[in-house]
Design a protein around this ligand. Structure first.
Ligand code: NAP
Length: 278
């Protein structure tokens, strides 16, 4: 273990651009993001932590520096605020040591659509989609130019299931999945790995923040298990990782069914069923 750490250190010092990239994690103050930060620190990556709660990030950073000997920077930012988001975008654009972006920050919202305020749903979309998109857009050209690196986008199985009744949240996560799949097709050939991670119910503060008690829910995954599984998918370079799904063949079948429809969209005329009235 000592030897591995020393080699990591030497590589980092001699070739800081590519040897062992820094990882920028959003939503790193707690939950899935904090767990990603810990796992990447254990692997010897320097970190940039982003969230609003500076004190929590400082405590995590101190522990990770001490336990793993990595460098940890903190950016305090509310990613729904354009000027604060711009600071993180600039860091991703300009800091060539950052080779991995974990686009994890996100939140949920309780209530049905007509109960949720227009401002609240707009804020949800700003964090879960606009911020995630802007950060991916900030780093992607640099990674593509370097021909390496990774973007991890944390979506949700809710993005596959309007039936779950979290409509706006699910819509943001459907965006995350589509964006990730599209970016994987665009950036994969340029050497940049893009992964969508789709957790289901995981024990974090997100439930409490949305006004729910996670202890009343069943089949709750522990956050350590979720992130460890997501990292197995990361190491395998899976485009889409769904840790709770037992049969990967079901996902493959869904993708095959979707792809089988693609040639059928190319038609000059509306389908026969729309050419008769009534
Ligand atoms: N837990 C689940 O059951 C579950 C299931 C599927 C998907 N997910 C997804 O997993 C991701 C992480 O969620 P989690 O469960 O770990 O939730 P969490 O415990 O509530 O953590 C959310 C993180 O995002 C940060 N954050 C929230 N609002 C922010 C803002 N405006 N600007 C910057 N950072 C902000 C929070 O830190 P601060 O408060 O310090 O800013 C925190 O670090 C989210 O994208 C979520 O949608 C979670």
């Amino acid at each position: 273990m000592m030897i591995v750490m020393n080699i990591s250190w030497i590589e980092r010092e001699s070739n800081p651009m590519t040897a062992i990239p820094s990882v920028l994690v959003t939503g790193a103050s707690t939950g899935i993001g904090a767990t990603y930060a810990e796992r990447f620190a254990r692997r010897g990556h320097d970190l940039v932590l982003v969230a609003r709660d500076k004190a929590r990030m400082e405590a995590l950073a101190a522990r990770l520096r001490q336990e793993n000997g990595v460098a940890v920077d903190i950016i305090q930012a509310d990613l729904t605020k354009a000027d604060e988001l711009a600071t993180v975008e600039a860091r991703l654009r300009d800091d060539a040591r950052i080779g991995i972006l974990v686009n994890n920050a996100g939140t949920a919202l309780g209530g049905s659509f007509i109960e949720q305020s227009t401002d609240d749903v707009a804020r949800l979309v700003a964090l879960n989609t606009t911020a995630l998109l802007r950060l991916a857009s900030a780093i992607a050209p640099r990674l593509a130019k370097a021909g390496e690196g990774a973007i991890v986008n944390v979506g949700s199985v809710v993005g596959l299931a309007p039936e779950f009744g979290m409509t706006v949240y699910g819509a943001t996560k459907a965006f995350v999945l589509f964006l990730s799949q599209g970016l994987s097709l665009e950036l994969g050939p340029k050497g940049v790995y893009v992964q969508a991670v789709l957790p289901a119910t995981t024990r974090t503060e997100i439930w409490q923040r949305a006004g729910a008690d996670v202890n009343t829910l069943s089949n709750v995954m522990e956050v350590d298990d979720l992130v460890d599984a997501a990292l197995v998918g990361f190491d395998r370079r899976e485009p889409v990782t769904i840790p709770p799904l037992p049969d990967a063949g079901q996902w493959d079948a869904l993708q095959a069914a979707r792809q089988a429809m693609l040639p059928n969209y190319r038609n000059e005329h509306p389908a026969e069923r729309y050419r008769t009235i009534g």
